[in-house]
Design a protein around this ligand. Structure first.
Ligand code: PXP
Length: 247
């Protein structure tokens, strides 16, 4: 089976753009669950540019699927995660000036901070994944610091132009998924996945979870969030089924 985590950060982006109290991320989380979301994913950024502390608390209290908290390796975020106790935390790099998370976490360069964060979260009973580029060195480092899972950054695959480039990036994700699985970690993927490109990633048998935000929230403007989530889930499951037929 493959799980879908729906990232609802952009519902908060819209709310904050008008300084209003709506649309409410917790209402979006309910609508996503009705569409078949297996988990709700939110990124509580240091600058609180979209999701805020009270959003995460409301989602934690009101939603009964898993919560996946994307967070930077900082003492502030670790304290919040320990109090909130999401089922999962995904450690991501964070730069104030970026529009979205641009690259994977450089685990080797930040080994001490990452290792400390992983152990503290795991000790609190939170499953930890690391958002990394589909790269052998990054996978080895993720295994060494004790991550339960990695989320492979699919941004290069999603942004590739032309069939040859798409296949090259897909192969990089596939190779990383195989290596990571051999290292004993669960394999997740996300970033830039949409209704047209998701099938090739969903078809990879090692991948157990996708976290998708922008494409789903964008489609929801026209179809509503529940059907947008359902449609993405159907795409993923169809790809997975067809993969058995050598997609
Ligand atoms: N996974 C992680 C770790 C992310 O940082 C993001 C972007 O916030 C996503 C998944 C979702 O990416 P997108 O919004 O492009 O679907």
């Amino acid at each position: 089976m493959i799980r879908l985590g729906v990232n609802i950060d952009h519902v908060a982006t819209v709310r904050n753009a008008r300084g209003e109290s709506f649309p409410e991320p917790v209402a979006a989380a309910h609508a996503a669950v009705l569409g078949g979301a297996d988990q709700i994913t939110v990124h509580l950024r240091e600058d609180r540019r979209h999701i805020r502390d009270e959003d995460v608390e409301l989602i934690r209290k009101g939603i009964h699927v898993d919560l996946n908290l994307e967070m930077a390796c900082t003492d502030e975020m670790v304290a919040i995660a320990k109090a909130l106790k999401p089922e999962h935390a995904c450690l991501v790099p964070e730069r104030r000036e970026e529009v979205t998370t641009e690259g994977g976490l450089d685990v080797a360069a930040n080994r001490d901070a990452v290792q400390k964060t992983v152990s503290e979260l795991k000790a609190a009973g939170i499953g930890v994944s690391l958002f990394i580029d589909p790269d052998e060195q990054a996978l080895l480092a993720a295994g060494e610091v004790g991550a339960d899972a990695v989320e492979l950054h699919t941004g290069r695959y999603a942004g590739a132009q032309g069939e040859a480039a798409v296949l090259r990036e897909l192969l990089a994700v596939r190779k990383a998924a195989t290596t990571g699985k051999q290292l004993g970690m669960r394999m997740h993927a996300g970033h830039g996945l949409d209704y047209r490109n998701v099938w090739r990633i969903a078809a990879l048998p090692e991948i157990e979870e996708l976290n998708i935000g922008f494409a789903i929230i964008s489609r929801a403007l026209f179809t509503g969030l529940t059907p947008a989530v359902r449609e993405m889930r159907d795409e993923m499951l169809r790809a997975r089924e067809l993969a058995g037929d050598d997609l």
